[in-house]
Design a protein around this ligand. Sequence first.
Ligand code: MG
Length: 340
Amino acid sequence: MALPPDLAGDVPAYLKTTVKPLAVIDGGARRQDSVANAFAHVASRADIVVIHDAARPLVSADLIRRTLDAAVEYGAAIAAQPATDTVKRGNADGVIIGTLPRDEIFLAQTPQAFRVGILRDALALARGMVEATDEAALAERAGHRVHLVAGDAQNVKITTAEDLALAEQLVGSPAQRDPGATMLRVGTGYDLHRLVDGRPLRLGGVEIPFDKGLAGHSDADAVCHAVTDAILGGAGAGDIGRHFPDSEAAWKDADSLVLLARATDIVRAAGFSVVNIDVVVVAERPKLVPYIDVMRASLAGALGVAIDRVSVKGKTNEGMDSTGAGASIAVHAVALLARA
Ligand code: MG
């Protein structure tokens, strides 16, 4: 692929992940110079070279194959559309000086395909020449017969904003092609910490009076941790351990509400906003009802959303397992994100 030299030196990411082998070549000043630069890299065993203008991204595999087949048969072939409008010649004063026979008029597209020898002749002719608007013109001047292959009305050349809008109508906008990529995402988070003596109990950034607290490297706020994992998960942005590893001293005794706010920034940077979150806190004791709305307000502040987007519910575990026995508190959270 020939690109303008500044782009060829800094190849866009989407060109680095192509399935087929792709060599990026510095383009030249004129179209034929770019083609000649790329042609110099064509494998010596090649029989046919197909040239395509990247400004025509809607080309079909069928049109490429038909153009290729015609080049194999005739030596040189291009995709072209028969003119459907009546074609006039005009002068510089905007006055018609003739009407061309429409059935002889074809509008050249790409792909344009050539046997290697024919393209070599054409490009040799191009060296000293003024700009040719396509390779077929060069092949014609070099004395070769170039065949016409019925082009495709969808194979539009995109050079203006109007062309781009037309192309989006033809193939659908990104949102229409993949609604899931542009709308809603869901994420889930879970956390459990042991309840121990001698620690304050913090849940959702709120200190709750109790004779025990949660054990952990940070403030062990299991509500903030579960919500952080839920929003990061929804954005496909990893988890709390990746962004705030407890191996790093910076996060020792960290305020988990601050980590949640930072995770919200990560989610925003990934292109998402938080629609709502719903949290279930499983704790045998203490009773959480008096603190629910304070937790909601605190979480809403860190997430940058209105309090009605945040739900916190308390549950007990009916005396079962470690949480039911009062030895731990577990938290489940789900987050809905929208692409901003
Ligand atoms: Mg945790």
